[in-house]
Every structure is written in structure tokens, then in C-alpha cells.
Design a binder for this molecule. Sequence first.
Ligand code: GAL
Length: 401
Amino acid sequence: MSPLVIVAVFCFLLSPVTTSARQINTIDSNPREQIRKKLIENGLGLTPQMGWNSWNHFHCDIEEKLIRETADAMVSTGLAALGYEYINLDDCWAELDRDSQGNLVPKASTFPSGIKALADYVHSKGLKLGIYSDAGTQTCSKRMPGSLGYEEKDAKTFASWGIDYLKYDNCNNDGTSPKERYPIMGNALLKSGRSIFYSLCEWGEEDPATWAKSVGNSWRTTGDISDHWDSMTSRADLNDKWAAYARPGGWNDPDMLEVGNGGMTKEEYRSHFSIWALMKAPLLIGCDVRSVDNVTLELLSNQEVIVVNQDKLGIQGKKIKDGDLQVWAGPLSQNRVIVALWNRGSSEATITAYWSDIGINSSTVVNARNLWEHSTQNSIKGQISASVSAHDCKMFVLSPK
Ligand code: GAL
């Protein structure tokens, strides 16, 4: 590691800039290496997962035609080529009752061809298929069974269908801790004979960042997002608290993207996508990609922002300056630093990030790449400033010269 990246990582982890930063320092006392040794053994999630999930837009209104058309659209829009690979079914894909052998049964009225045929179709597009179950007796919709007590059977079923990803919810459970229920499914997946990404969804109730690294590849840190500015910003803040625990193999999950669902402005969606990328959050698209508009597609397709999310260093950027005019930042590979200037206030304002706040040595000269304007400012020293519209966010990658 070069001196710059060492200084950057240390300053970033130790700088007591705001209350939230001080809070994070307590958590940071966990040695990263100790955590790293205890990863789930499926080798997946070396970068945050990218893809699509049915819940935010369609809720229970899903059927196989929609999923096939979504897979087609992921390819035709170019989103698949940018790395969005998982097509994930959420709640409501199964019959309410298991069959006489206790197997889960795809809902005949909406998935008449079955899940194996759907997986084959999705795979034929070069994509992966994800599915949903619950660590209780029924899923949250109460329209299908949960996997509690059926973990090995269901994991084998998923593997036999060619499933690549499981989101595992927490409704209607028996009251035992998620720390007991979630590893049972994790182990069942490991023994299933197929490589299956394991996404824990216990809504952050028992601080999964502190224990789930050896259990799954990502863990929700919050309750459900909704398609509003306040919901999105509060999920960002909640997720920020656990920054020190994210790493290749295991990621904090502040819930899926609402970009394109219509409840926020373009500026707000740009902020949503930017901060999720910086936080190394899963990038799971939650809109109807079959009819995606140009503005949404442009936001979701910003390769320079995606590359930040997928950076192999895998360190979650975090909030450095609180208030209306926020600075978020974090180290990237190759001695670079990502910085976001995020205007949470209601009028346009200039936001400044100082090198001392974002972990760069005061004498370091950088080139600043503006990831939304696709332009570069050369030879900047000491600070970076920009005028940012209300609720908008600017993102820069700072590369030392
Ligand atoms: C919630 C979960 C959502 C969605 C929903 C389905 O518990 O957080 O993301 O999966 O259940 O019923």
C-alpha cells in the first residue's frame, strides 16, 4: 500500500469529525482482519450484488411472463451488460400450501411453467435467478409458506431448480433469535450442491452487521424503504452506522432501489443511487424496467458510479459531515478517494470537502473526476467545492497525481 492510501484509510477510520463519525469509531475498534476470517464460505458477494427485485414496484402482483419480460428488458436496455445480473422474485411466487411431500409449490395460476423453466430462461439470457423465502412459518404476505423447519428441503429444492440467490425474510417466526434461525438456512444452502447467494432480511433488528458476516452475503440494516425522500435519507443514515462491517463477501443492505418508481425527483433519485453506490450497498433495481424512461435509465446506467460500488477494495464510504450540506467519502482502490457532496437542504448551496476531513494528506494534488458530469478538473489541492441543487448530489473520484 502506498503512503497515501494508508493515510487515507486511517484518517477515514479515525477522524472524529461529527457525532456520527464518533459513533462509528466505537464500532471501528473491531479489527477488520478478524472479521474477514469469518466469512460465509460460498465465495460469493466479493462486490455488492447487482440486479433487479420484484417487490418495490410489483409487490405480490407477479407472474412468470413479467419475470421473463424483465429478463429480456435487462438485456435490451444494456443494464445486464453493466453488471445487473440477478433477477429476483420476492414474496408471493408459491402456493399457500406445500405438497404432500412437504415441498414448496410454484403458484399454478401465475407460474404455470414452474420455477425451473423460469431459471432456464433467465440463465439463457446470461442472467441469474433469485428467489424469496422466510425464516418463519409464513412469508410476510401470508400468501405462501415460510421455510422454518424445512430449511434443508427448501434449499435442495432451490438448488434443483437452478436458483442462484435467496432473500430470506423474518415474518411469522417462532420468537427465537435470527442469530439461531438464519444460520440454519445458510448451512442448508452451503450443503445444497449449488452456489447460492444468501441475502438476510431481518430488517436490522438484531444488528446483523455484528454477526451475519459468517452467515450470509448481505444483511438488511433497516426496515422497508418507500419511494419518498425521507424514507430514502433515513435508510442511508441508519446504514451508515454499520460502515465498518462491510467488506468483500458481506455487505450492509439499506434496502432496494426506488429509482424510477415516481415518488422522488430526478435529483433525489440521483442522490439515492449515488449514496447507495458509495455505501457499497446492493444495487437492486426496483422499478419496471420493461417501460423504463430515459431519465431513470441514465441514472441506473452511470458506469462511473457503478464502478465505485463495485470497487474491489470493498470499503463502505460514510458520512463525514452531517447537517443540510453533507459530505460522504471513502477510500477506493489505487489510492483514490470517492467523495459525495450531498445537499439535504431545500435550496441550492455550495458544499466543500476538505482534504483533512476526507483522509487526504494536505499537500496531495489530485485530479477530480465528476461522475455525473463526466468531466475532470486537474490539479486540485486542499479542498473540493461545488454548487449543488436542493436534494441533489455530486460525486467525485479524487486520484492523486
Ligand atoms: C418485507 C421485506 C420486503 C419484502 C416484503 C415481502 O419484510 O422487508 O423487502 O420482501 O417483506 O412481503
